[in-house]
Ligand binder design. Structure first.
Ligand code: PLP
Length: 380
């Protein structure tokens, strides 16, 4: 099956008792057993739920993998991976890692004796130089947040394999429609299904995907042991969202491409960050490993805080909100919102200035979105 067929069908045969084509929400905590230890594969809903199972099979198939596991949030999925490590182990991660992941690493796990190096992975040489004897995981996130830096997945996973480390790719920003890291050598993929996979700003969820049975067994053990599992209604919403992932991604990408081009020519805009622009430093790598360039665009205004404030206040379609990857267009001010917890000097050094805005381009009409930005920029 090809991608769109899988998105609609994988893991979801029509319900055998009724023929319902839409996969049922199995709202149950337990399952009646015929006799002790004899059941139909389901004993308790923390361990297994049919709606969750359908989603797990579906997401694994989209990444071309055999195994999927779903969690109550992206961070619950990320936390599960860290259970693979022992005190004394070392992790290499990007210097512009998703803030919540950075927080788990530095505020929850450092105290258990794990250490972390945060480096610029756009140069694979930096990764090679950061490897220590105790390095166990190389964590990759591409495109990155909010500057949309591109990391060469194939290069970095090769370095990981040669050094006996696991490679993990957070594939939330691209979605499996645009980028399939297992095919590029990754061991584990993480998704916040809150974003493009569900796509409608109505549910929180996460997933882990792997093709390695031994890793899957370990991660599945942690999933059940810790219990940060999603409910069946949430799984249903994500399954529903995934059915239109290819359609939505096409629209996100075409809208984003047009908006990046428009902003690049605007006299009040200092800089546009979008991997689809040929002058983006990661453009060629993005072209190699992605089907298209995604729905996230960041921009730096020439004006300082006051202009930024007026711009955001005057936007009507771009809603000021955290999160991304849904049908609604959103605008985020990283310095005061998603990246506010990073110390100011570090933030500015990385290019996350007061004048930077991150746009999550939705699926509204291109003309309406361009008109909204035009109006916002008039007030800068
Ligand atoms: C949102 C996000 C997460 C965390 O997911 P939640 O569902 O909010 O817990 C992790 N990584 C990336 C890249 C994200 O955008």
């Amino acid at each position: 099956m090809k991608f769109s067929t899988k998105a609609i069908r994988a893991g979801q045969a029509p319900d055998p008792s009724t023929g319902a084509i839409s996969f049922p929400i199995y709202q149950t905590s337990t399952y009646v057993q015929e006799e002790p230890s004899k059941h139909k594969g389901f004993s308790y809903a923390r361990t297994e739920n049919p709606t969750r199972k359908a989603l797990e099979v579906n997401l694994a198939s989209l990444e071309g993998a055999r195994f999927g596991l779903c969690f109550a949030s992206g961070l619950a999925a990320i936390n599960t991976i860290l259970n693979l490590l022992q005190s004394g182990d070392h992790v290499i991660a990007p210097d512009d890692l998703y803030g919540g992941t950075y927080r788990i690493f530095t505020q929850l796990y450092k105290k258990f004796g794990l250490s972390f190096s945060f480096i610029d992975q756009t140069d694979p040489g930096n990764v090679e130089r950061a490897i220590q004897k105790n390095t166990k995981i190389i964590w990759i996130e591409t495109p990155s947040n909010p500057l949309l830096k591109i990391t060469d997945i194939q290069e970095i996973t090769k370095i990981a394999a040669n050094s006996g480390c696991l490679s993990v790719v957070d594939n939330t920003f691209a979605s499996p429609y645009l980028q399939q890291p297992l095919r590029l050598g990754a061991d584990i993929i993480v998704h916040s299904t809150t974003k493009y996979l569900s796509g409608h700003s109505d549910v929180i969820g996460g997933a882990l995907i792997t093709d390695k049975e031994e890793l899957f067994e370990k991660l599945k053990f942690f999933q059940n042991a810790v219990g940060a599992v999603p409910g069946p209604q949430d799984c249903y919403l994500i399954l529903r969202g995934v059915k239109t992932l290819p359609l939505r991604m096409e629209k996100h990408c075409s809208n984003a491409g047009a908006i990046a081009k428009y902003l690049g020519l605007h006299p009040k805009v200092k800089k546009v960050y979008y991997p689809g622009l040929t002058d983006h430093p990661g453009h060629n790598v993005a072209r190699k490993q992605m089907r298209d360039f995604g729905g996230m665009v960041s921009l730096e205004l020439k004006s300082g805080w006051e202009g930024v404030f007026r711009f955001v206040k005057n936007l009507k379609l771009f809603s000021l909100a955290e999160s991304l990857g849904t049908v609604f267009s959103l605008v985020n001010h990283p310095a005061t919102m998603t990246h506010a917890s990073i110390p100011k000097e570090v933030r500015e050094q990385r290019g996350i200035t007061e004048s930077l805005l991150r746009l999550s381009i939705g699926c509204e009409d291109e003309e309406d979105l361009l008109a909204d930005l035009e109006n916002g920029l008039k007030h800068v």
